[in-house]
Design a protein around this ligand. Structure first.
Ligand code: KG4
Ligand code: ZN
Length: 338
């Protein structure tokens, strides 16, 4: 069964054709990075306009590359939440128009669910249940994935997301957007023990995260050094900081695995591309005899192939939207209504 998938939640306009949730027949991504780079981050109005300009061509290319017409497509999956509202609306409205004109059903897909589903493409034998660590620009969740369409959040950030934490420190260090990726590169040969960062304490659920103190301490240290005219070693600072963030992620994920008895750990979201995160999780899972899965690098960031993967399982579970489907800036992963 072939699904045409559309993604426009942030700064990539993407479309893909995916067969049976696991086989990617085409995946087209029009990145807007060059347009946002001068502003140091994503400008929502520019993102919406660029999605509107790119979307019909991106969808056309996805169908052509998969050697399909709409007659070969069984359903249209689209990211409807969470994300930048103006950006989401472009994809949702395009998908609605296509659904209306072709008569094919419309399947609403939650963005973070699709990040998890990127792993179904990379690991053809991976099946729930498992524990997922979802780390993106706006979210940091530990999720108990009970089935392809049943999710329970068991740990979450109480303030900033891990990706936001990476981006803000990168910006303060003067690294260009996209910050997380450039911080990862700049820190490659750095000494992770060169700088000290506080270990965040969280009141409440011991599986929850708090990154804002860590982020503020990094930004303050950079500003203080600048004021005093002191040089910061970007590689060492970046390596120490990334390790401090990753330490929180590994510690809570291990606690969550021990509490739930989970055997499989799945990493998902843009931050799962981070080289330190991948290495530290490999160590952790080896030491604790847990199976580890993370997406191929090209599937960590936003793309439509992952939307086609999750869309397939949502469609099988009976999820279908009418033409009144709306987009939502926020939406919990465990109760994704539409
Ligand atoms: O999942 P994603 O592409 O978009 C959202 O749904 O938010 O995640 C974007 C986040 C950004 O904060 C970006 O800096 C971070 O993922 N990111 C990274 C790396 N690549 C992307 N963070 C650390 N290391 C990386 N290599
Ligand atoms: Zn994303």
């Amino acid at each position: 069964m072939k699904i045409l998938a559309i993604e426009s939640s942030c700064d990539e306009t993407a479309a893909a054709v995916v067969e049976d949730g696991r086989t990617v027949l085409s995946s087209i991504i029009a990145s807007q990075v060059d347009a946002h780079i001068v502003y140091g981050g994503v400008v929502p109005e520019i993102a919406s306009r660029m999605h509107a300009e790119a979307i019909s061509n991106v969808v056309k290319q996805a169908l052509e590359k998969a050697e399909c017409t709409m007659n070969d497509i069984e359903a249209i999956a689209v990211t409807y939440a969470p994300g930048l509202i103006g950006a989401l609306l472009i994809g949702v409205n395009f998908a609605k128009g296509l659904s209306f004109s072709s008569g094919k059903p419309l399947v609403p897909v939650h963005h973070l669910r699709s990040h998890i589903a990127a792993n179904y493409i990379t690991h053809l034998n991976l099946e729930p249940p498992f524990l997922a660590l979802v780390v993106s620009g706006g979210h940091s969740h530990i999720v108990n994935v009970k089935s392809y369409t049943e999710f329970e959040i068991i740990g979450k950030t109480l303030d900033d997301a891990a990706g936001e934490c990476m981006d803000k420190a990168a910006r303060a260090l003067g690294l260009p957007y996209p910050g997380g990726l450039n911080l990862d590169k700049a820190a490659k040969d750095g000494n992770p023990k060169a700088y000290n960062f506080p270990r965040p304490k969280v009141d409440g659920c011991e599986l929850d995260f708090s990154f804002s103190g860590l982020k503020t301490s990094a930004v303050n240290a950079i500003h203080n050094a600048k004021q005093k005219g002191e040089e910061i070693n970007i590689a060492d600072f970046g390596a120490s900081y990334i390790h401090a963030v990753v330490r929180c992620l590994t510690a809570n994920t291990l606690k969550a695995a021990q509490q739930t008895g989970a055997q499989k750990i799945v990493l998902a979201g843009g931050v799962s591309a981070n080289s330190v995160l991948r290495r530290e999780f490999e160590k952790l899972c080896k030491e604790n005899e847990l199976e580890l899965y993370f997406p191929a690098l090209g599937l960590c960031g936003d793309n439509a192939a992952m939307v086609g993967a999750q869309g397939y399982f949502e469609y099988l579970s009976g999820k279908k939207a009418g033409l009144e489907l709306n987009a939502y800036a926020t939406m919990p992963i465990d109760n994704a209504v539409f």
